[in-house]
Design a protein around this ligand. Structure first.
Ligand SMILES: [Zn+2]
Length: 407
């Protein structure tokens, strides 16, 4: 029997017993109310609180290989002078190693899922399968990929079946409007929809991307993609930094999910995410780290804190009036926590993001004795603003503890 009893764990401040079986929370009751005999294994979780695990909706996992390799420069120079020449030399074994580093880092910092966009995807799939995580693995589509490469990808999709029985999904990942032409964007979206696959792309990351799209198509990226019939509830759009009010309404109407990547946007000076417009639109917003080459870590908990702080911060500039100093009420801890948990799970059709009977058992055990968690007036506030990875005693994915209870 695949089951574990979490004994005396704090759930919403209440000492509880939680029975996890076949990957789901099967029963939740007061501490001492569930018989230890009902589970194959009993874990004494005294002094630990349980919260939902994190879902990282935008990543290029194997780019951990470029962590610290080329920092502090503009996007175009970074890509053309450093990233692309480096990637030209990568072997499948390198991708495997980069994915291993990424997965270990994500698990230790509380993520149970990542949405990836890279190449040699068999390598990343192998790591995810072995380490017990979840992932949406993107089939990257670029305009310059040859017909042979395209055929190879289609062949892979047609013959692939999930070796984990539900933890891994394939998604189509047309890179962006500046690397994929209109016909291929349209065909990729159609192909994905015919197979019930999600679509993962970058949209309006930089002002330059928007300017070039306007020059070439007469439209901004969101309007252009909408004119192609590309946008829909199966689309996960990374960044969306340079998106105006009307475009936010289009994204919301089409049911697009946005993956906000605060660390990457700040590091490459892409711009400040328009929190006010995004929240007002009602669009589903999730969080991503982006690759470690532009972050430089894959710690989504840190991403929550950065997003919440950046939301509250507006540059006063020469105008010192009180109306221009930001809004501390914007994006409170509970809301950004929901972006990183339930919103991320929902966007990828995962029944997680909540500790409740019947839900998939993706969760974190938080060590309440860690100095960063004390005192604990508000658990989520502490986790968003004060904690770091050392406060995470265990990461649970699909009902299994994939880190050790080491503290
Ligand atoms: Zn990216």
């Amino acid at each position: 029997m695949n089951s574990i009893l979490l004994h005396n764990v704090l759930l919403n401040g209440i000492p509880s017993d939680i029975l996890v079986s076949e990957g789901r929370f099967s029963r939740i009751a007061g501490a001492g109310k569930i018989s230890p005999e009902s589970a194959a294994e009993v874990l004494d979780a005294t002094g630990k609180a349980i919260i939902p695990a994190l879902y990282n909706t935008h990543n290029h996992a194997a780019m951990t290989l470029m962590r610290g390799f080329a920092d502090d420069m503009v996007l175009q120079k970074w890509l053309s002078d450093y990233v692309w020449p480096f990637e030209d030399k990568l072997t499948p074994a390198d991708i495997h190693k980069g994915s291993e580093i990424a997965v270990e880092e994500m698990i230790s910092s509380g993520s149970v899922f990542f949405s990836d966009m890279y190449f040699d995807i068999e390598q990343t799939i192998d790591v995810v399968e072995k380490r017990g995580m979840r992932a949406a693995i993107g089939i990257t589509v670029m305009e310059n990929h040859s017909l042979a490469v395209e055929a190879e990808k289609l062949d892979f999709i047609e013959h692939w079946s999930d070796p984990t029985g539900g933890r891994i999904q394939l998604v189509m990942a047309p890179h962006s409007v500046y690397t994929v032409g209109p016909e291929k964007l349209r065909r990729t979206a159609e192909y994905a929809r015919n197979r019930g696959m999600r679509i993962h792309t970058h949209i309006s990351e930089t002002a330059l991307e928007v300017q070039n799209c306007l020059k070439e198509t007469g439209m901004t990226p969101v309007r252009y993609l909408d004119s192609l019939g590309f946008l829909g509830p199966d689309v996960i759009a990374a960044h969306c930094v340079h998106v105006d009010e009307e475009e936010w309404d289009i994204l919301a109407e089409r049911g697009v999910t946005v993956s906000h990547c605060p660390a990457s946007n700040m590091k490459i000076s892409s711009g400040r995410f328009p929190y006010e417009l995004a929240i007002k639109s009602g669009c589903r917003i999730t969080l991503g780290t982006d690759g470690a080459s532009s972050n430089n870590n894959l710690d989504l908990r840190e991403g929550m804190k950065l997003a919440a702080l950046l939301a509250k911060c507006v540059s006063a500039g020469p105008d010192r009036s009180l109306s221009n100093i930001g809004n501390p009420e914007l994006l409170p801890a509970e809301e950004v926590f929901r972006w990183a948990t339930r919103n991320g799970a929902e966007a990828f059709g995962i029944d997680g993001g909540e500790i409740a009977e019947g839900r998939v058992a993706d969760a974190l055990l938080i060590d309440l004795s860690d100095v960063r968690m004390r005192p604990c007036h508000n658990l989520i506030s502490n986790f968003v603003y004060s904690a770091d990875s050392r406060c995470i005693a265990a990461t649970i994915c699909d009902g299994k503890i994939i880190t050790d209870l080491c503290r």
